[in-house]
Write a protein of this length. Structure first.
Ligand SMILES: Nc1ncnc2c1ncn2[C@@H]1O[C@H](COP(=O)(O)OP(=O)(O)OP(=O)(O)O)[C@@H](O)[C@H]1O
Ligand SMILES: [Mg+2]
Lengths: 112, 158
């Protein structure tokens, strides 16, 4: 499934400018603990979190994730966005809580 | 099976005749650049032609070691060396050291202060993650002076 389909399906707001939304999303992972994300995500996963700090970009880039969805109305810090644009890492936001985001991703057909 | 091993070793010698090594400097509390060393190491390993699943393990271990230096210490460095047989990474820092290494290695143990936890660190999984993703891991530490964490990943198939 392409990231673009997820953005449309969940009506996500895309915050980054430099990115590739045609990336193939291989599955998803939801967690707010960075060591957990580092240990358990697979390349191409989309990551659902409420963390907004700049480190989320380093984590997502290192694991070659397809994008970060900030749930529950969280907005990325300014330096987070800047780094995400530098790295080409898409950041999307939504007012839906993480539970709801994951449920809708699953309904769309995304599996882990 | 044996043939596979041979082919892999030959390919690696093709890519580099001599050993590759280098060093990254790590600055405490520099969250803006945190992860850069691990990410560069990952790129270098890719260029050398190391197998992807090994690169993934190395990246996890290097990132956890790098973040610990950034979170808990004023400064440190990450030295890496690659031979056809092994990848070895040595991360040295300038303190405060680890008093009880066994306790620090326990899953879930963390001394991270609240503001660090709010960033998503402090689950006490970093050192266990390094252990899980490497073939050898060793920590030596003198409280008050610093910590040296060393890990090795075998590059040849057993
Ligand atoms: N380089 C270091 N210098 C001093 N103390 C360290 C160092 N590395 C780890 N520690 C100590 O060991 C503890 C456990 O480290 P570990 O990386 O496993 O978990 P954490 O950093 O607390 O959380 P996480 O890595 O899951 O975000 C730390 O909380 C800290 O007290
Ligand atoms: Mg840690």
């Amino acid at each position: 499934m392409k990231l673009q389909k997820i953005i449309e399906g969940l009506a996500l707001e895309v915050k980054t400018k430099t990115h590739d939304l045609t990336k193939e999303v291989t599955g998803g992972y939801a967690s707010d603990l960075l060591s957990d994300v580092i240990a358990n995500t697979k390349e191409g996963n989309v990551w659902v979190t409420i963390q907004t700090h700049i480190n989320i970009v380093a984590v997502a880039a290192l694991k070659e994730l397809s994008g970060i969805i900030l749930a529950n109305g969280k907005v990325p810090d300014e330096d987070t966005l800047k780094k995400a644009d530098d790295e080409g890492m898409p950041i999307m936001i939504t007012t839906l809580p993480a539970f709801e985001v994951v449920g809708r991703l699953y309904t769309l057909g995304l599996r882990c | 099976m044996e043939k596979d091993c041979e082919v892999e070793v030959v390919m690696m010698y093709d890519k580099f005749e001599k050993n590759v090594e280098g060093v990254f400097f790590l600055k405490g509390k520099d969250f803006t650049n945190a992860g850069t060393a691990s990410s560069e190491l990952k790129t270098i390993l890719g260029e050398i032609g190391i197998n992807q699943s090994i690169i993934r393990r190395a990246a996890i271990a290097a990132f956890e070691a790098e973040m610990n230096v950034i979170i808990y210490t004023p400064a440190g460095m990450m030295h890496y060396s690659v031979t056809p047989e092994i990848l070895k990474v040595v991360v040295e820092d300038m303190g405060p050291g680890i008093e009880d290494i066994e306790l620090a290695m326990t899953e879930g143990y963390s001394t991270a202060p609240d503001y660090i936890r709010e960033m998503g660190f402090g689950s006490g999984m970093g050192l266990p993650n390094i252990k899980k993703n490497t073939d050898e891991m060793k920590i030596t530490s003198s409280p008050g002076e610093g910590t040296t964490l060393e890990f090795v990943i075998n590059l040849k198939k057993e």
